[in-house]
Design a protein around this ligand. Structure first.
Ligand code: EPZ
Length: 418
């Protein structure tokens, strides 16, 4: 398994491009199942999760082609299967996103239950209840979600909690249903909006995306489209935390600061100087960060996917901070590893109290999940001496060539391939 070796103490300087958003590209690739025409996507990041999704679509009989580094086209005109197998789904929960489109266009789908993951149990009951409300005959058999529907029927669907992929699955099911569907308590994330924008380009009739009430008028069929995936706000936020910890001046290009309000204001509160344009973010930090309290919340609140990274900044900040993780029940796996680097953190249920220390000291640490691995890399930039981050296959799921981008900014970091 690959590792990353980081020698702390370097400030960051220079500019990098932000990649396309993983959490927009994943549902958007699955939306290609909704038409026999070709859907061409640009700004698709080169990530393991994208490769897994293309493999899953390929197993269904979809023709996929990565024409260039960031362009992918998919054509679902000769499907040979309507089943997402456990072997693939267990490695990537987002595979559940084929359920809605397969059911909507083909009237049946068999998708393995994803099972839990490091950050929580992560059930899909809201996906199932929502599809049943749209008229699907849906049950769990031998670890699979088995769904059938001659024709889905529009309905009002209110999920018990805000669910990002739940909203996306239900939206993709509703676009070909008979009549009107209203999704109440819908997720407002920019990635949900980007999916809706692609579906509209494909001929879907959707209003209210980006609010908690999305109205969808079903249509008979959808056609092909081309779409540029939005920039990854979590990757960009992670690099802002990196310069907050290491110090320096960086420019992030091909970014979308308009989707990063909560992150940018929190980092300004911590002492970063941040200027933004339509598609760029300039950040500098030349002092010790100030400790910042925060609680994670659905968009437009502070993203749970940024919690581990901002905690890394708080470990060396001036003062004590209180962090509340309100979305997932077990998203503090990075704490044990940050403690190995000399951080001072106490956990009490869903709350972590972080007392800033003057210096972290390098050590060997283990990545446990995607954002935890980013947190450990960020902490390693400031730790004295050498930090070895193990199991960085977690990192490769959601960050495109992170060590190359950090090296381009002057960090001393290298990948050790086993
Ligand atoms: C999406 O996961 C993201 N993944 C996650 O990013 C992100 O952390 C999460 O949204 C929250 O923003 C993708 O978009 C591919 P949820 P998702 O359904 O949709 C509970 C990353 O690091 N829930 O919004 O699976 C659930 O357990 C990943 O890029 C149910 O109980 O998250 C959680 O507590 C990690 N039943 C809460 O709702 C359901 O049917 C929010 O989950 C669905 C969700």
């Amino acid at each position: 398994m690959d590792k990353l070796r980081i020698t702390g103490g370097r400030t960051l300087k220079g500019e990098i491009d932000i990649s396309g958003a993983k959490n927009a590209a994943l549902p958007i690739l699955c939306a290609g199942l909704l038409t026999a025409d070709t859907v061409t996507l640009t700004n698709v990041p080169k990530l393991n999760d994208i490769a897994t999704t293309l493999k899953l679509l390929g197993q269904l009989g979809v023709r996929t082609d990565r024409a260039s580094d960031d362009t992918v086209s998919i054509t679902a005109d000769q499907l040979t299967a309507l089943e997402a197998p456990y072997e693939l789904v267990k490695t990537m929960r987002a595979s559940i996103l084929v359920l809605g489109p397969l059911l909507s266009r083909f009237g049946e789908a068999r998708v393995s239950l994803p099972g839990g993951c490091a950050i929580g149990q992560r059930p899909v009951d809201q996906h199932i209840q929502g599809l049943a409300a749209l008229g699907a005959d849906i049950k769990i058999e031998h670890g699979f979600v088995v769904a059938r529907a001659k024709k889905l029927k529009g309905a009002v669907v209110r999920t018990d909690m805000v669910t990002v992929t739940g909203t996306e699955n239900l939206m993709m099911a509703a676009v070909l249903a008979d009549g009107q569907t209203i999704l109440e308590n819908a997720a407002r994330e920019p990635e949900v909006v980007d999916l809706a924008e692609l579906l509209i380009k494909m001929g879907a009739r959707i209003k209210g995306h980006g609010t908690d009430r999305i109205v969808i008028e079903g249509v008979a069929s959808l056609h092909g489209a081309t779409h540029d995936v939005i920039p990854d706000r979590i990757e960009a936020g992670s690099f802002l935390c990196a310069v907050g910890v290491a110090g320096g001046d960086i420019m992030l290009r091909r970014a979308a600061p308009a989707t990063m309000g909560a992150t940018i204001s929190k980092l300004q509160e911590a002492g970063l100087t941040i200027q933004t344009g339509d598609d760029w973010i300039q950040a500098s930090m030349h002092k010790r960060p100030k400790a910042v309290d925060f609680r994670t919340h659905e968009y437009p609140g502070f993203a749970t996917d940024m919690q581990a990274q901002l905690m890394a900044l708080n470990t060396i900040a001036d003062g004590t901070s209180v962090i509340a993780e309100t979305i997932f029940e077990n998203r503090f796996m990075h704490v044990q590893e940050l403690l190995r680097l000399g951080a001072n953190i106490d956990i009490d249920g869903h709350t972590a109290v972080v007392r800033g220390v003057d210096r972290l000291s390098g050590a060997t640490v283990m990545a446990t999940d995607l954002r935890a691995s980013a947190s450990l890399v960020i902490a390693g930039l400031a730790a004295e001496g050498e930090t070895l981050v193990e199991r960085i296959y977690h990192l490769d799921r959601g960050y495109e060539r992170m060590e190359h981008k950090l090296r381009a900014l002057g960090a001393q970091i290298e990948r050790i391939s086993s």
